[in-house]
Design a protein. Sequence first.
Length: 320
Amino acid sequence: MDKSIRRIAIVGTGVIGASWAAEFLARGLDVIATDPAPNAEVNLRKYIDEAWPALTAMGLSPKASRERLSFTLDMKTAVSDADLVQENGPERPDFKIKLFADIDAATPPDSIIASSSSGLTMTVIQSGCSRPERCVIGHPFNPPHMIPLVEVVGGAKTSPETIRRAIGFYASIGKKPIRLHKEVVGHVANRLQAAIYREVVNLINLGVVDVADADTAVSWGPGLRWGVMGPSILFHLAGGQGGIQHFMEHLSGPVATWWKDLGGFTEWPEGSKQAIIDGITQEAGGRSVEQLAEIRDEVLLGLVQLRSKYAEAPETVPVG
């Protein structure tokens, strides 16, 4: 029988760690967090308070409570009784390897140790661990308390059982976990983002479109559809009554032609970084990062609530 996951340790309480903490609390779980940064606890509790209205609107589990959060500066104390550790440290291989080795030594042997790493592979991260079989990537999409996606992938020494348990846990709290069967740098969603953004940069660099209109093209065009369905099934719909078969027979050729004309650079074109910085300054129109994030989160909340009505399974599963 699987060990019940009721107590979560959050290691690192920056934006991702704080968002994870809010999500776990909203699911009725006990959370103990740790971070050595100055004012870390104050900032964490402030973030959770600000996130709570959105979590309430999305639906809290019966035992959800911000009172289930505790904080300690001692990392070993934080993880000593954890059923699952969600690590959110800096994206540096040397740092992650040492941190995971320390967490591995301090946690119960049947605990899962998950990393939110957005790009490093678990094979690298777990290389200093004595029990690497229980280490896994559990990469969320920002902000984790609002976006359901979690990418789950093991390293060379991760056991299939750990991957199964991690997927089961994330699904049980209403997330949408996907399993990566192979390790790739950047996982899946970030690679898709990077591929799209490379072509955005290419079109701006060629003078085809400015920064604001490129953002409009994505967010008011395919971005709206991608918030409903993935690209492959959308192309199935594009094939009409013939579906994907008709698409492949009649529309795959034009797509291949577009592929041949896409930007293929692997370094930023000269001057492109500053051009985008200048373009964003205009597009933001004086609005601060915080103000833009509020707009993002308000629209995300509405989209997630709408999506949940048409999901095959409930987006939120009562846990506590």
